[in-house]
Design a protein around this ligand. Structure first.
Ligand code: NAD
Length: 514
């Protein structure tokens, strides 16, 4: 690969997946789970794919196969949609009292918490992320179900009054569950992203057909076991592991679902959106990002250096709102970048199960190729490789935390989402220029400002064309606050009270009095 001056220690490699599990004492429940046949969940029954198809599960730190999952067919999809339809149209889920739904969702959250160690281990095995990061994901998942459980009994319409129509009316609105929701989720935060979709949907009484990411389905399958254990009726949650281009595409185009909620790349989201629109299926699209980070010269440099590194290297940069485009004010650019590079070299790269690892591998061989392709492109386009750039020798899909300096907005590595541990950095001289550079992107998911100047912070927060603005920290996420994108980062919102509008239809009732 590309030579840099880094002398980073190579991550430990293992002869086999079992040797890796033994070295770090993998949670026994997780070990037992991956050794079980992992099937589809349709109408409360675990079943093989109709054609018996399976696919290997490849662990990213060792590049070894650790199990197999079933690969659903479009016939399986028909059965799952039938089940979800029955559970919605004639089933009890939307008819039980909201407080009963709330208590079932709380029980589900409690069960995830009871099995948290197993979930953390499974998410680490599947995605390659360090255990400490998986722990945050599982806690975020539990919090999301608890937050939306509380909304089950709070969602309601409003009474209104005609403003210009002569006559005497009683008018009110009803909030009704949208129906059967097709849920399609990406591989970077599989269980937590699922919670972002399911929490609100289940709270208001919708039923679901879930298409987890084909390369990271483990935690979704374990979660689905707990759905039954919590007492949620059969058919409310159906899970079809399988290929996105086949079962995912067929789900988005299915005429008998009422809504599709998708998180993933802008390219796939666009085709999902077209397919859904053909049936006038409602949709939420949470898509890609290339989020700008604006560092002003009045910031706390030491703290900002650490935050900026966290914002791009957490989860090996595979975060939709990763702060992947850095712009530093001219007056501190050299000092800031030198400190950032020095700090980045302290990030220990290693396998997910090793508690010493700060950054794990990327998720797959294909993602490794994509990321290293972008690194080569950056060098070719004349950006300065300040650190990183290498892959590790031996098995495992490792890419060093990488920083490019002297980047300009016309470069591919600045325009495209890399979705790996690669930060591209450039300079700005004024607040106006910072805003112009930040908004010069087809994406609009998030942006971060590091400054203690109130005017700068407020003016930029108004001017940035993004769904989330973070100030003096990055990627702050909470179930109570909405998340979503402007521009090609999608539309609709997950989380917060705003999401409730995307899982319900609003019906207006007019009663004309004599
Ligand atoms: P992806 O678009 O390749 O896949 C996402 C999901 O769609 C997977 O389950 C996949 O199997 C399925 N899929 C693939 N082809 C399909 C098709 N033709 N029709 C229907 N479904 C199909 O994305 P990915 O590589 O899994 O995830 C990375 C992307 O997700 C990045 O672009 C990232 O920014 C984005 N993302 C966005 C958010 C957000 O909230 N905005 C959050 C996380 C990830």
């Amino acid at each position: 690969m590309i030579a840099t001056t880094d002398s980073r220690q190579a991550p430990q490699s293992f002869e086999s997946a079992d040797a890796y599990f033994d070295a770090f004492g993998l949670n026994q429940a997780a070990r037992d789970f991956i050794n079980r046949p992992l099937r589809l969940l349709i109408d409360g029954r675990w079943t093989d794919a109709s054609d018996g198809g399976t696919a290997p599960i490849v662990e990213p730190s060792t590049a070894q196969q650790i199990g197999t999952i079933a690969m659903a067919t479009t016939e399986d999809l028909e059965l799952a949609v039938d089940a979800a339809r029955r559970a919605f149209d004639g089933g009890e889920w939307s008819r039980i009292t909201p407080l009963e739904r709330e208590s079932l969702l709380r029980r589900l959250a409690d069960l995830i918490e009871d099995n948290a160690e197993e979930f953390i281990a499974l998410e680490t095995l599947d995605v390659g992320k360090p255990l400490a990061e998986a722990e945050l994901d599982i806690q975020g998942t539990i919090d999301t179900y608890r937050y939306f459980a509380g909304w089950a009994s709070k969602v309601s319409g409003r009474s209104g009054q005609a403003s210009s129509l002569p006559g005497n009316y009683v008018t009110y609105t009803r909030k009704e569950p949208v129906g059967v929701i097709g849920v399609i989720v990406p591989w970077n935060f599989p269980l937590q992203t699922l919670a972002w979709k399911l929490g609100a949907a289940l709270a208001v009484g919708c039923t679901t057909v879930i298409k987890p990411p084909e390369i990271t389905s483990l935690t979704t399958l374990r979660f689905a076991e707990l759905v039954a254990e919590a007492g949620i009726p059969d058919g409310v949650v159906n899970v079809l592991t399988g290929k996105g281009s086949k079962v995912g595409a067929a789900l988005a185009a299915h005429p008998r679902i009422d809504k599709v909620t998708f998180t993933g790349s802008t390219a796939t989201g666009t085709s999902v959106g077209h397919a859904a629109l053909d049936n006038m299926t409602r949709m939420t699209l949470e898509l890609g990002g290339k989020s700008a980070v604006l560092v002003f010269d009045d910031c706390d440099i030491e703290k900002t250096v650490e935050e900026v590194a966290l914002g791009i290297f957490s989860n090996a940069g595979q975060i939709c709102d990763a702060g992947s485009r850095l712009y530093v004010q001219d007056s501190i650019y050299d000092e800031f970048m030198a400190k950032l590079v020095e700090h980045t070299r302290t990030w220990a790269m290693g396998p997910g199960l090793d508690p010493e690892s700060a950054i794990g591998p990327v998720v797959s061989e294909s993602q490794l190729k994509t990321v290293t392709g972008f690194i080569a492109k950056g060098v070719e386009e004349g950006a300065t490789l300040l650190c990183g750039g290498n892959t590790a020798e031996g098995p495992g899909f490792y890419v060093e935390p990488t920083i490019f300096g002297d980047c300009t907005n016309d470069m591919t590595i600045v325009r495209d989402e890399i979705f790996g541990p690669v930060l591209v950095a450039g300079r700005f001289s004024s607040q106006d220029q910072a805003l112009e550079l930040a908004n010069d992107s087809e994406y609009g998911l998030a942006a971060t400002i590091y400054s203690n100047n109130l005017n700068v912070v407020h003016e930029l927060s108004q001017g940035l064309k993004v769904g989330s603005v973070y100030v003096n920290a990055q990627s702050s996420i909470d179930p109570a606050m909405p998340f979503g994108g402007y521009k090609k980062s999608g539309f609709g919102r997950d989380l917060g009270t705003e999401q409730l509008d995307f899982v319900t239809e609003t019906k207006t009732v007019w009663i004309t009095l004599p």
